[in-house]
Write a new protein. Structure first.
Ligand SMILES: Cc1cc2nc3c(=O)[nH]c(=O)nc-3n(C[C@H](O)[C@H](O)[C@H](O)COP(=O)(O)O)c2cc1C
Lengths: 527, 163
């Protein structure tokens, strides 16, 4: 019987793959559902087993079964692993994703699974922590904090009850690596969490998955059941989020698990010392935890030998938005932004010029192609006024209106603010209003009438003279001032980093804010 | 016909749903989100009448339950339409023409964003990212993911909603 491998990743399903899988079953094939390989341009894709090779065909539909089975289909891709997009990657974390049956323990073990945990269980707790430290692994959820140091704090914290919490809230637009891993290789995350549990002596763990990921939730729950014996006495459960972006922030996430509103806690205390239910808690992103089995199995040097500067190992980069080769590309740090967008990504999907890319989700900066020399590295991006975040790159072509995107950043912050601190809660709403004034002014200058959006005129009555002026220069100065307040006054990075997309849009694309003639008059903010 | 009116839920049935859900998820405060998900799954929304029942089941205050129900975007306090279309509005879908698709969806479905149509057939709402960011614009139609939305795809959705 012909064995056919077909993804059941949520993205593949959204592209209609289920009908293709059914057609192959109807044709009498042995269909194995896998995760996605991560190149969506060629999906729905099917892979026909041919000895050690898997011959891919894609994109295909249910009507193509006969042509595929006879080998005559025009969308024949050859051996999938040899395709340039895949062959040029360094898949440490995603080695199995798209290859194995996600819920087959035998598959997982045959592809190197459980070896990291086995090694860890043979080591002292401190040696496991040292191994993670030596790998140079940094948190993949955004902040880039060294994972080994976090574990050390939890290991050293007094207390008989400790927790491992996996942050699978993945709310950043342009990111989907957590989802792909949970759907395509859930045992890898479970193994990483079990290693963490051994390292810090934790007995129970939670995986907090956003509710927008129903397939990941289902797969993780099944995998936990199947792996229970492997990880015992450590136990795991999935917690489903409820549509709040801010619950990705670690302390809000802990409150959410505790059954409260997902509001950010003031730090200190660190979650490592007083986390879930007040107990010492390791909280890490999916990709941080899923990198650990490789590190334990292959050794920290193998992981650290790849990378750039203080950014060691690989990053599963996600190419998103208006990009031709959208998908997941795992590669060592140091590759340039331009190589990712143009060489790997193939430029825009629309065929128009790239105008801007947003790196790191809704709290990340917008960069123009003039910044494409930047190496993918935590420090280089921070220095350039941006962040890597969860390594999502969202590509925009030249039809984008950057004032509109800046407005969206403020609007998103106002919708998702937990409300605990004023700069974020109120500042984001004021930010939307100021940008609306700029857009109205811009429209007026272009002959569309200067009428301000309803109600905004009244907001201009104030003691400060800039606020009395509705022209772009004055409002831009006000916007910078507001961003300054949000950046330094917010409790967490939601309010604190929303200025990144806003200010980078303003700095790199001033013409979209009506600033061509007015640029000289822009009042510098007080710093 | 009063018993069928959605504004006066069957309290015995509601209490039963909560009791059964608690058996599965526990009865501590930490069970609140799973419990609310279970209630919404069974009854379609979180009726205000469920709040005191949930509060006493978990031994927390009504204010705490109300606070949580109103904090999270997922929880509804009113029934949704028979079909629910969640359209992604986040950056990656915008980069692929999401705004234009949203305009088409509003006109073809005949309902504004965040609203339920007068005849109760469909609720249209925004979602911020479905993690399908390379193949947008995307939507969840009654929980089923749909990618690469264009006017023709919206028409198909409108047709299935009206059927
Ligand atoms: C508003 C906001 C949203 C966040 N969302 C996520 C998220 O979805 N996933 C994640 O892993 N980290 C997220 N973070 C970062 C977490 O607070 C935290 O740094 C991370 O879970 C630590 O894990 P790591 O060290 O493995 O990266 C978010 C932070 C903020 C301020």
């Amino acid at each position: 019987m012909t064995r056919v491998f077909i993804s059941q990743d949520m993205a593949s399903i959204a592209l209609g793959v289920d009908a293709v899988a059914q057609a192959f079953r109807d044709a009498g094939c042995d269909v194995v559902r896998t995760g996605s390989r991560g190149l969506f341009r060629i999906e729905p894709m099917v892979e026909i087993e041919d000895g050690d090779r898997r011959i891919g065909y894609g994109p295909v539909g249910p009507q193509d079964v006969a042509a595929i089975l006879s080998g005559s289909h025009p969308n024949r891709l050859g051996n999938v692993a040899d395709l340039a997009f895949f062959a040029s990657q360094q898949r440490f974390t995603f080695a199995r994703c798209g290859v194995v049956d996600p819920l087959s323990d035998a598959d997982y073990a045959a592809h190197g699974g459980w070896r990291g945990l086995e090694k860890a269980l043979g080591l002292d707790r401190q040696d496991v922590v040292d191994c993670v430290k030596a790998s140079g692994l940094r948190g993949r959820g955004g902040a880039g904090f060294p994972t080994g140091i976090k574990w050390q704090t939890v290991l050293g914290a007094p207390g008989s009850e400790k927790f491992i919490v996996c942050n699978a809230d993945e709310g950043d637009s342009g990111t989907f690596a957590d989802r792909m891993l949970m759907e395509g290789d859930p045992f890898c995350l479970i193994e990483g969490m079990a290693i963490a549990a051994h390292a810090v002596a934790a007995s129970h763990g939670y995986i907090y998955v956003r509710s927008e990921y129903p397939f990941a939730i289902e797969t993780m729950r099944k995998a936990i059941e199947l792996a229970a014996g492997r990880i015992a006495p450590f136990t795991l459960e999935v917690r489903e989020g409820a549509g709040a972006y801010v619950c990705g922030e670690e302390t809000a996430l802990l409150d959410s698990i505790e059954g409260k509103r997902g509001q950010v806690r003031a730090k200190p205390p660190l979650p490592a010392l007083e986390g879930l239910f007040g107990k010492p808690t390791v909280i890490n992103n999916v990709l941080s935890l899923a990198a650990v089995p490789f590190i334990l199995d292959k050794g920290p040097e193998a992981y650290a030998s790849v990378g750039f500067g203080r950014s060691r190992g690989t990053m599963p980069v996600q190419l998103a938005g208006n990009v031709r080769n959208g998908g997941l590309y795992e590669i060592g740090f140091g590759i340039t932004l331009g190589a990712l967008v143009n060489d790997i990504g193939g430029g825009t999907n629309s065929g128009r010029p790239v105008r801007a890319v947003q790196v790191g989700g809704p709290l990340g900066a917008y960069f123009p192609p003039s910044m494409f020399h930047l190496p993918f590295d935590y420090e280089a991006f921070a220095e350039a006024g941006g962040l890597i975040g969860h390594a999502g790159i969202t590509v925009f072509d030249d039809s984008v209106d950057m004032a509109h995107m800046a407005r969206f950043a403020m609007e998103f912050c106002s919708v998702e603010s937990c409300g605990k601190c004023t700069p974020c809660r109120i500042g984001s709403t004021r930010g939307v209003e100021v940008i609306d004034r700029i857009i109205a002014w811009r429209g007026g200058r272009q002959g569309a009438g200067v009428a301000l959006p309803h109600g905004l005129g009244a907001a201009l009555y104030s003691r400060s003279p800039e606020r009395m002026q509705s022209d772009a220069a004055a409002q831009t100065a006000l916007l910078r001032d507001l961003c300054d307040t949000m950046k330094f006054g917010s409790l967490c990075a939601l309010g604190g980093f929303t200025p990144y997309p806003v200010l980078s849009a303003l700095d790199y694309f001033p013409e979209d804010f009506g600033a061509v003639a007015a640029a000289a008059e822009v009042v510098e903010p007080v710093r | 016909m009063t018993a069928d009116r959605s504004d006066s839920p069957d309290m015995t049935a509601l209490a039963d749903v909560i009791l059964r859900a608690c058996a599965a998820v526990g009865n501590t405060q930490s069970a609140l989100l799973p419990l609310l998900h279970a209630v919404q799954h069974e009854t379609g929304y979180i009726d205000d009448a469920a709040v005191p029942l949930i509060a006493s089941a978990l031994n927390i205050s009504r204010a705490e339950v109300h606070g949580v129900v109103t904090f999270y975007h997922d929880f509804r306090r009113n029934p949704a339409g028979r079909h629910v279309v969640k359209l992604c509005r986040a950056e990656s879908c915008q980069a692929r023409g999401g705004a234009a698709v949203e305009t088409v969806a509003v006109s073809r479905l005949g309902v504004g964003m965040g609203k339920t149509r007068g005849d109760g057939a469909v609720t249209l709402e925004a979602v911020y990212c479905l993690g399908l960011c390379a193949i947008g614009p995307n939507a969840l139609v009654d929980g089923r993911p749909v990618a690469r939305l264009d006017a023709a795809a919206i028409d198909r959705i409108a047709k299935s909603v009206n059927a």
